[in-house]
Design a protein. Structure first.
Length: 201
């Protein structure tokens, strides 16, 4: 029996249908895995538009002045170059408190910036009128705290702070006990409660 002659060109032809089907399946699996990785990455990251200024302290024995930011979302938030924290003093003058570089805040986590750690470039008063703004790279203020607007002219005491309760979404209060880098709790000072009573009347 004479065997057919197999030329090299015949070996380069399209493989049988079964092999093509396997190739298509492998490519589909690769595409699905790739899309899953992309979607997972996007779902685990976010920008700073959702970050809340959560607590502000103008005088503290251990940390000096400090500001606490809070991430109320279930995604990690990244504050990269271009984001900055501003202080607006009683004369309306802007001061850069902190320039973000590669900072991040875990889901439902906190970021503490303090004078003690030489992060804040300007002092924060616990008695005078003050404003804090979180500004994005497009020069848009995405979050702010103005003491006189939120609380009034009441200062906080040594060891206390201006704080939101619940974290990130609650009303600003003057509290007796500051909670840096930790959840706030209902610790409204007597003066603040008295002010609320007057407003309700």
């Amino acid at each position: 029996m004479v065997r057919p002659v197999v030329f090299e060109s015949d070996m380069l032809r399209v493989p049988p249908f079964k092999t093509v089907e396997q190739l298509v399946q492998r490519r589909l699996v690769f595409i699905i895995v790739f899309l899953s990785i992309v979607l997972t990455f996007n779902s685990c990251t976010s920008d700073g538009d959702y970050v809340a200024i959560n607590e502000v302290c103008g005088n503290d024995n251990q940390l000096g002045e400090w500001i606490e930011l809070y991430n109320p979302t279930s995604q990690t938030v990244y504050l990269n170059k271009g984001w900055r924290l501003l202080k607006i003093d009683e004369d309306g003058v802007d001061h850069v408190l902190y320039n973000f570089k590669n900072d991040s805040i875990l889901p439902h986590g906190f970021l503490l910036l303090s004078r003690f750690d030489e992060q804040l470039r300007s002092r924060i008063s616990g008695k005078k009128e003050i404003g804090i703004e979180l500004v994005n790279p497009q020069d848009k203020t995405v979050e702010s705290f103005y003491r006189d607007d939120e609380i009034g002219e009441q200062p906080h005491k040594l060891g206390g702070s201006y704080a939101r309760y619940p974290d990130g979404i609650g009303r600003w209060n003057v509290v007796e006990t500051a909670t840096p880098d930790a959840p706030n709790f209902d610790d409204i000072s007597d003066e603040t409660e008295a002010e609320f009573d007057v407003e309700e009347l």
